[in-house]
Design a protein around this ligand. Sequence first.
Ligand SMILES: [Zn+2]
Length: 291
Amino acid sequence: MKQHDQVFRFLIQNTAVRGQLISLDASWQKCRERSDASAYAKTLLGHALSAVALLASTLKMKGQLTLQIRGQGPVHLLVAQATSQRSVRGLVRQSKPIEHSQQTLQQIFTSDKIVITIDSGKGHRHQGIVPLTGSSLADALQTYFEQSEQLPTRLWLACNETSASGLLLQKMPGQNEDLDSWNRLTQLASTITDDELLELDASAILHRLFHQETVRMFESEPLRFDCSCSRERSLGMIKSLGKAEAMDIIQEQGKINISCEFCNAQYDFDPIDIEQLFASDDSIASSPTQH
Ligand SMILES: [Zn+2]
């Protein structure tokens, strides 16, 4: 039986290669059901979610990894986010149908880059720009690992209506002489089909690919959909608008409504909330500065 919404880590003994398998099921449904984009765009979202979930679990510190593609094409926005606490969220936006002549990701998004941001939450942010090449996200992300100082890494991503799955292989540092096993194992992994990745359980996949190797599997860990939006964060957004603009909206609409694009949560703020938000500011501004 395939286990749902799990990440499985494994090591291939006597090599410097480690890996992960993930399956997003209920978590994928939560993201998928909120999108009215085409099946193709949803597949891109599924691939992106699998990719960020795999990449976030290779982070050494606590944090959040975001993949974003923004362009002027038929699919104009794709955001996938995963945290080191094993939560995912994401969205895809499409404004018009994809033309037959639009084959590559670059044409579909009318963008030439993927932005990958790693945010450790304490003001430490690292942003990487990856050229948006090829026809699959896995191919495009390949370049990220080749061009950055990251460890050699390969990803295989698959997605259908019920699941989004992925396989990651990574060559660990310090054993550069072991190129043979890296080449052998990535070649074996490349024989995986989308159906196998989506339908087989983790041990069946590892047996199918690496039955001639000794694979050590670790205990699986659950993944879930989780949105980091909150009333406090929404207030922060209003604050960044500034008092004048916030008051204009209150004048026009009687309240400020912020709806979360990821989970559809609605946050309403009435005139008193807004007064309080900026009143605390005024009192700080007018109180003597303390050092
Ligand atoms: Zn939300």
